[in-house]
Design a protein around this ligand. Structure first.
Ligand SMILES: Nc1ncnc2c1ncn2[C@@H]1O[C@H](COP(=O)(O)OP(=O)(O)OP(=O)(O)O)[C@@H](O)[C@H]1O
Length: 614
């Protein structure tokens, strides 16, 4: 059934030239931009496309789905809209035109773990970032950038951080290139424009010289400040392009018939216009792990029951939590039964850093031969794992662990040269034992079986560090049936009688996964960090947070995994509110908020406004 468009949406369709479409969550920005794109396909020449640029692959998946579901679009129109992430768009430009900056013709991606390794000789000379002075930070960043530039120039390996600034530089310096790209994409739609960082904006500005730009924005969904989004970005756009402006603000189509959007807006203002909101449910739990998990599981199962009963096969539900740590904890509890409550089948959006680094360790164990050089590489990968396993939340303990492994290994080498053994209690002893066991394992040529065999040996072996890596890689989905990784490993075995290129294949699979836009919109139950929910929508959303730990006298000792850091009023500023609002407004039918009974989320308190002076 075709949509009944709102007046604001109709106005957008009637306008031409550069456009800025603003609107709150679910106001129909994405939808109208797709309709607009379809309309504009009429003016395209044969090789031209409308380009829809997004930040996240998840959004790409949702947009592609919306395009398919939009019945008024013809097959031809659908084919003429290219949906891509900034990342993968930049990468294709670099592969074709990167040589213009003096880089080699053939480029590969320097994956984040390899990037960490490439600059570790610099980073290891500095204290933890939080303890550096501003000047030291700038110096550190400059040296890292120089090194990464060198790696790109000399080896053709390009890290993600160089993508946007390099593409911006290329476009700014070549009118010919600007004409070429905009000739292919005469209309560019920019999703979540409020999140555009400085280099991405340079690219947009350069392309906007010849292409028509349609920016979609909700200034109050700007939650990426930490990667350089600028509150003034919309003003920059208006000043530079003088677009026609539209505001779909008041409309809310996602959760029609509910007051979810109203609640989201009230959260932002810190002022509650109602005592209860249709579609928003609050509940509490006692501050301890099991009671909180039991409450959560009960809530999720009830919601699942409701959605299944409605008979829509494509139902979706998100459990949104404030931190990575809580994502993992919830996922672990969902995997098993809890008392009378069964395990809950779900997908957890757990950051892949640890799993990828762990997968590299396994790959190196599958790839044999090479004697001591191989063993040294293996140890290097194990310490890379500990250094990088927490991604951008790197911890001192991980870095120390990595250093300890490297040190024990060099002691082992030195001692061996003198014909002496290492002390028995050295951490390297069990690691080498397990390494040797894995090297002795007969391989079959079936990548799945061999991978599992190595992983299990690690998990069950004498080395607790390798056991951790084994456990961490239990759910590497890249190895699923029919995946590129599996096929490439099989091929390697068939061609060479062994997994000679396993490490390169694993790294390649990661890069391919990163750029693949084939990811599907969520179905069923997904557990994820609140930050990751942006741009998504679900039938039901359940927001769940941590709880305080107290001394006997009731004083709070720690208060981790809260929606507002430490659940303290000082931290309940606009960032926390925007983030909470984005999460709350992802639901179409119902949002349930679970918070500890003895320390309710401060954003839900009715007196918060006066304290905040919102
Ligand atoms: N005029 C309309 N009538 C009914 N439903 C609509 C209308 N416009 C959009 N929708 C539906 O409302 C939901 C939200 O729309 P859309 O994703 O376009 O909003 P958005 O402004 O891009 O949201 P967000 O910024 O929160 O991602 C979608 O399911 C869409 O199909």
């Amino acid at each position: 059934m075709p949509l009944e468009l709102s007046q604001g949406q109709k106005d957008v369709l009637a306008a031409d030239g550069d456009l800025l479409v603003k609107g709150g969550p679910g106001s129909g920005k994405t939808t109208v931009s797709i309709l607009k794109a379809a309309q504009l396909t009429k003016g395209l020449r044969p090789t031209q496309r409308i380009l829809f640029l997004s930040f996240a692959r998840a959004t790409v998946a949702r947009v592609m789905e919306a395009i398919v579901e939009e019945e008024t679009l013809t097959v031809d129109e659908r084919g003429l809209i290219a949906v891509d992430t900034y990342h993968s768009f930049f990468w294709s430009m670099l592969k074709t035109h990167g040589y213009l900056t003096g880089w080699p013709r053939k480029l590969t991606v320097l994956t984040p773990p390899s990037e960490a390794a490439a600059v570790s000789h610099i980073t290891s000379q500095y204290k933890a970032i939080s303890r550096l002075t501003e000047a030291e930070r700038v110096e550190r960043k400059g040296r890292i950038n120089e090194q990464l530039q060198r790696v790109a120039r000399e080896q053709g390996q390009v890290c993600f951080d160089l993508f946007a600034p390099t593409v911006a530089g290329l476009l700014e310096s070549s009118a010919k290139l600007r004409r070429l790209v905009t000739g292919k994409y005469p209309v560019i739609i920019l999703d979540e424009f409020q999140d555009t960082n400085a280099d991405q904006w340079r690219v947009v500005k350069a392309l906007g010289e010849f292409s028509t730009l349609i920016a979609l924005a909700d200034p109050e969904q700007r939650i990426f400040d930490f990667i350089g989004a600028d509150p003034k970005r919309l003003d920059h756009f208006v000043e530079t392009f003088a677009p026609k402006q539209f505001d779909l603000a008041g409309d809310n189509h996602r959760s029609k018939g509910t007051e979810i959007a109203l609640f989201g807006n009230d959260i932002l203002r810190g002022k509650f216009s109602k005592g209860a909101y249709v579609g928003v449910v609050f509940d509490t739990f006692a501050s301890a792990e099991m009671p909180s998990i039991i409450k959560l599981k009960g809530t999720v199962l009830a919601a699942r029951g409701r959605l299944v009963a409605e008979g829509n096969q494509g139902w979706s539900m998100a459990v949104l939590v404030p931190t990575k740590r809580l994502t993992r904890l919830v996922s672990d509890h969902f995997r098993v039964s809890t008392g009378q409550l069964p395990a809950i089948f779900h997908d957890a959006a757990i950051d892949m850093d640890a799993a990828i680094l762990g997968a590299e360790v396994i790959a190196s164990l599958l790839q044999r031969g090479g004697g001591e050089a191989h063993r040294t590489e293996f140890i290097g990968l194990v310490s890379d794992y500990f250094r990088g396993k927490n991604g951008d939340e790197a911890t001192a303990s991980g870095i120390n662990e990595a250093a300890a492994i490297a040190k024990s290994y060099s002691t082992l080498i030195e001692r061996a040269a003198e014909g002496k053994p290492v002390p028995k209690n050295s951490i390297i002893v069990p690691m080498i034992t397990v390494y040797n066991e894995c090297q002795g394992l007969p391989l079959t040529g079936d990548p799945d079986a061999d991978w599992t065999a190595v992983r299990q040996l690690m998990e069950q072996g004498a080395c607790k560090r390798l056991a951790e890596i084994g456990a961490e890689t239990r759910n590497v989905r890249l190895l699923g049936r029919g995946t590129q990784l599996r096929q490439s490993l099989s091929q390697d075995w068939r061609n060479l009688g062994g997994y000679r290129n396993a490490l390169a294949i694993v790294r390649g699979a990661f890069v391919q996964e990163h750029f693949s836009n084939r990811s599907k919109p969520e179905r069923g139950i997904s557990v994820m960090n609140m930050h990751k929910a942006k741009g998504k929508q679900f039938d039901e959303v359940i927001i769940f947070e941590g709880f305080p730990r107290r001394k006997h006298n009731g004083e709070i000792v720690s208060n981790p995994n809260r929606i507002v850091r430490g659940n303290s009023r000082e931290n309940a500023g606009s960032d926390a509110r925007q983030n909470f609002r984005v999460s709350v407004t992802r639901a179409k039918k119902r949002t349930t908020i679970l918070t500890p009974k003895d320390d309710v989320c401060v954003l839900l308190l009715s007196d918060i406004e006066s304290e905040q002076g919102a």
